[in-house]
Design a protein around this ligand. Structure first.
Ligand code: ADP
Length: 480
């Protein structure tokens, strides 16, 4: 089969005016960090982008101090209407600087520009607009009369959706009247630092949001700081467990959004063409670096061969390469470490007897890349059916009856999301009702909206982000 070749269509980097070095954003200004600075690189070619400060315990203490002062003196005293004005202003500035943010995100993270441009950044603006609207309506959120903020929120986020996770954390916290110390992931600090410039442009009072860069120890320093009232974490289940231990026995509030191993269930009556697109979007969107990715395809036995054949044909048309090229479907894996993990689990999948198929794409010489891959003949006991791979790897299992599909879908330590593909509305409702997953998509996948709560069961964590529920995590005594 031959396809039309696409000429390169790179998005211009000229829109970015990066500094060679970035400090910590504390109390409204950038300052140098006392930890050892580190480089952030582009995962697509391993080239240096900028030097980033690392926050020591003392720097984290300064950030928490600034957040506390801002909470006591300005932010908790301000009316909800005025807080809302700042959030609306931030949302508008994100829109104004959308191209720059999208280019920075794709450069630093490796995700295709069409995703950062059309999904991540618009959702970031949407999140701020949405929570801006709540800031003066907290009394009507059904979370108690005159609900009060918690105080200083310490937030630690991962590298897969750097700016979007920042928005998920900061927007509800500020709307509810809290102040923030947030740490982006060490491989993707860039968009958060540009966001800090946006906060300056928005004239947000100093100390309301503090952005400290660094690796795990900086995150741990935020989590254990005695003057932090609330910890919000998104990342791996292993680190989530450590954080839960560190917070146990204190009166800090905690929400955790951890891993997943979602089942995407395709019944034989499903519209197959749409299902194929949904499966591809479910696991190959953002190189599969998605905690709610549909990484386990459960397909009814009668349509298994057809679905797998069509999937392979579709995957053969995906274009892997330069994340800044507007035609790219599959970008770079975010780091060498993550690439190694994906390779290792795929190797184990082959050893355990599953059958591996990878799309035949040209892998660039430099950078971190992994071709879209499907494993068939996967058993529920295989590591590739149980462990979160967090990469462009799909494990295909089969089922005969709806009951078997539900049992297999729930046979996981996780419970973040699931998908159902069928023509029958009644089946969607019946199956969704029995899936132990925080979000269930029907005849679609990976759809996000700020008004819709998101979160997990079991080892996927606890608490909800988004919607009215997302406010509850930042208000005293509130239960969504
Ligand atoms: P991932 O698998 O997505 O890399 P991690 O859980 O390792 O997820 O990282 C998510 C975030 O947690 C990152 O910002 C990372 O720096 C931070 N982090 C790592 N270890 C710790 C820790 N012990 N305490 C707090 N934060 C941590």
């Amino acid at each position: 089969m031959s396809f039309l070749e696409y000429a390169p269509a790179p998005e211009s980097r000229a829109v970015l005016s990066l500094k060679p070095e970035y400090g910590l954003f504390i109390d409204g200004d950038f300052r140098s960090g006392s930890g050892e600075s580190f480089a952030t690189i582009s995962p697509a070619d391993e080239k240096h982008i900028a030097t980033i400060a690392s926050a020591s315990d003392a720097d984290v203490d300064a950030a928490v101090g600034a957040a506390r002062r801002a909470f006591d003196k300005t932010w908790s005293k301000m009316s909800g209407r005025d807080r809302g004005k700042y959030l609306f202003r931030i949302a508008r500035l994100v829109q104004e600087r959308a191209r720059e943010l999208a280019v920075a995100e794709s450069l630093d993270n490796g995700k295709p520009i069409k995703e950062s441009r059309d999904v991540d950044v618009p959702l970031v603006a949407a999140w701020f607009f949405y929570y801006a609207g709540w800031a003066d309506k907290l009394d009507y959120a059904g979370l108690g009369a005159d609900p009060k903020p918690l105080g200083v929120a310490g937030q630690v986020i991962p590298w897969n959706f750097p700016l979007l996770m920042l928005a998920w954390k900061i927007a509800p916290a500020l709307a509810a009247g809290n102040t923030v110390v947030i740490k982006p992931a060490e491989t993707t600090p860039l968009s958060a630092l540009i966001f800090a410039e946006i906060l300056q442009q928005a004239d947000l009072p100093p100390g309301v949001v503090n952005i400290v860069t660094g690796a795990g120890p900086t995150g741990a320093a935020i989590v254990r700081h005695p003057d932090v009232d609330k910890v919000a974490f998104t990342g791996s289940t292993g680190v989530g467990r450590e954080i839960a231990k560190s917070v146990a026995g204190t009166d800090k509030k905690l929400t955790l959004e951890l891993g997943g191993k979602a089942a995407n269930i395709v019944f034989e009556d499903a519209p197959i063409d749409q299902a194929i697109e949904g499966i591809v979007n479910g696991i190959f969107f953002n190189q599969g670096h998605v905690c709610c990715a549909g990484s386990r395809l459960l397909v009814q036995e009668s349509v298994h061969d057809e679905v797998v054949d069509r999937l392979k044909t579709r995957l053969s048309t995906l274009r892997l390469g330069d994340p800044l090229d507007k035609n790219t479907d599959i970008g770079a894996i975010n780091s060498r470490e993550q690439l190694e993990r994906i390779r290792e689990l795929s190797r184990i999948g082959e050893e355990e007897g599953a059958e591996r198929w990878s799309a035949d794409c040209v892998i660039p010489d430099n950078g971190f890349w992994f071709a879209p891959t499907i494993f068939t003949n996967v058993q529920a006991s295989h590591r590739i059916a149980r462990d979160e791979i967090f990469g462009p790897v799909l494990s295909v299992l089969t089922f005969r009856t709806p009951a078997e599909a539900i049992e297999k879908a729930n046979n996981t330590p996780y419970g973040l999301s699931a998908g159902i593909w069928t023509d029958k509305g009644s089946r969607i409702l019946a199956v969704a009702d029995r899936l132990r997953a925080g979000v269930v998509w029907a005849n679609t996948f990976n759809r996000f909206d700020p008004s819709s709560p998101f979160g997990g069961y079991k080892e996927s964590g606890y608490g909800r982000e988004g919607g009215r529920h997302g406010l509850a995590a930042y208000l005293k005594g509130a239960r969504a």
